[in-house]
Design a protein around this ligand. Sequence first.
Ligand code: ADP
Ligand code: MG
Length: 559
Amino acid sequence: MSLARAPLIALVVLVPLLLAGLPFVASGYVLAVAIGMLSFTILATAWALFSGPTHYISLASAAFFGIGAYTAAVMAEAAPWPLVLITAALVGFAVALVVGLSTLRLSGVYFVIFTFGLTELIRQLVTWYEVNIKGTVGRYLFLDMPQSTIYWQLLALLAAVLAIGWFISRSRLGLAARVIGADEVVARHSGIDTTRAKITLFAISSAIMALAGAIMAPRWTYIDPAIAFNPMISFQVVIMALLGGAGSLFGPMLGAVPLVLLFEVLQANFPNAYSILLGAVFILIVYGLPRGVIGLVEDWRPASSRSVTIVPVRASRDQNVLTIANLRKSFGGLSAVEDVSFDVRPGEIVGLIGPNGSGKTTVLNLISGALKPDTGQIFCMGRGINGLSPESIARLGVARTFQLVRVLPAMSVAENVIPGIAFRARQATGALAHEEAMTLLSRVGLEHRAAMPAAELTYIDQKRLELARALALEPKLLLLDEWLAGLNPSELEEGIALIQSLRYDGISIIMVEHVMDAIHALCDRCVVMNAGRVIAHGTPRLALAEPEVVRAYLGEDDA
Ligand code: ADP
Ligand code: MG
């Protein structure tokens, strides 16, 4: 054991021991405050498990906390306590699954409002049931459970939550959540089943909250829906997690502990102004500490760097890479793609060219699953892929870049590439994935920038990174949307050589391009589009010489 580790071990062993001993020495009041800190730390940490990485801000904490508390109130006298706890967690989990399935397609403010409404809806339902069916308003809970028992249960739950959070942050699920938070479209095109990842995390987080509610229930001898489903809890949890830093495991704790104290003081001294003060604290946190307290700590840590070994990228050869037939797509009245048919053979580079607005990007969106065709067929390696999700198509080995560059700005260059490796068909994780990411980065000339946040890359380097991310899927078909646009002459030469080298790996490519030199140098065939239709088809020399193509391009400057 090295000496440097000693303080860490002391922390991991001693702190829990000291905390566990607290009930033997603390007064009733101190223990009550400690219970408040523990329960809010658990809620805020559970909240951050889901909302931290995905950036889906949930105001449903009170709903799940209340579900747990109410489950305990209903069952406590009829069933052994462990069974009550298990049931509460399961009910929370199940409700989260149902809610998640119907709402996690919502994003941004719609999701926030829905989760807030959910708490109110559940409260109203329970109230209605109590009043109309049971003929009461609330329930008495005659459980003789001392504060210390509640405290120990919460402490154990907190340890479990931290362990769960630690495992998730290192798992593919955690990676998926972070990519979803950075750019959900990129996540799907990297092969991530975003719906499943979001629902899984939401349900785990909700089950933990319900468990906390059940453990806390015996503190009230009387529970009614207004106590159990108090929306203030949701706001407090968000504020605590944001103050501490929702992006890291221990962040929410750093927020919960001081804020429980602060709220305690505010509530005791300014009961009438409490809500206003809560709002003020919220605004201060969001503007003053956007990444929370933990963000300040992280700014002091140097970025890590790693050495790399270089192994060649695996080549893949397949027959019949892509066939599309009679594809159509219209947006409202506008027919963006009309009756487009062409195919791509193994190892071939097909240029997709045409004036702006002719439907090229739309064709790539249809192939990659970002859009669904109105009619027509798309076969990828002999398999019909119409209607498949972007993530399924990505896993089949269809990778893309975006016309307007999309990197995950806050994540490092290496982390931008790893999702593709972790979610493709032949998955790799951990050190293996990192090594492979470094190989891909060195291939596009970015290995020395691996630890840098992607936002700090130049435009050209962001384009290189997009290519590396696409290659991470081990694609059989690569869709490049004006990948060479905006490069200076020497960069263009490098770019052309790079694309050429991909062909030798057996990757087939469709490239949307305006740079004529590149088209002549790279493309085996060209498909020329105008106003949604294919107007010419053949070798670059022949296709570009067609009178209709010349007319379509007349007046366009291609440099
Ligand atoms: P290109 O890539 O060849 O420049 P696009 O495929 O981007 O052309 O666009 C073709 C046409 O479809 C354009 O008129 C564009 O405005 C329209 N379009 C593309 N995507 C959408 C969309 N999501 N909604 C509405 N119209 C769209
Ligand atoms: Mg386009």
